[in-house]
Design a protein around this ligand. Structure first.
Ligand SMILES: [Zn+2]
Length: 131
């Protein structure tokens, strides 16, 4: 996980908790959808725009450039992941962090805490606008 995070940091320009959210969400989505990064059928609809988008682009492989990452301004730190080949989907919403953590403690928690402590897992709320 640390290696993925460092990789994403190279692309993003710095290492921050927001990036950690995107990296962890993307890694969990690959696992939950049982797919590999970069599959052409993958798609992500993010519900807001922030640092985590670069984690998703790096780890899930859906990017603005390849047209498989879409951003809706819903104001949630939440991501709808799709495998359009298997029609599997999952939505991960970042849970609030406990107060009083340092930046590094936040990153550690986001990368390594049990998934249910980091994300609310549910059904996709926003479908891809492009088929
Ligand atoms: Zn950042």
């Amino acid at each position: 996980m640390r290696e993925l995070f460092e990789q994403a940091g190279q692309f993003h320009g710095h290492l921050c908790p927001g990036l950690a959210i995107g990296v962890r969400a993307a890694a969990e989505a690959l696992r939950l959808l049982d797919v590999e990064k970069g599959g052409k059928a993958l798609y992500c609809v993010a519900e807001s725009r922030a640092c985590y988008l670069d984690g998703i682009q790096t780890v899930f492989g859906t990017t603005i450039g390849n047209g498989a990452l879409e951003v809706r301004e819903e104001g949630n730190a939440a991501f709808n992941f799709f495998d359009r080949a298997s029609e599997k989907q999952v939505r991960l919403e970042a849970l609030p962090l406990p107060e009083g953590l340092s930046r590094e403690e936040k990153i550690e928690r986001l990368l390594y805490a049990p998934m249910e402590d980091v994300f609310l897992v549910g059904q996709a709320r926003f479908a891809p606008t492009k088929a």
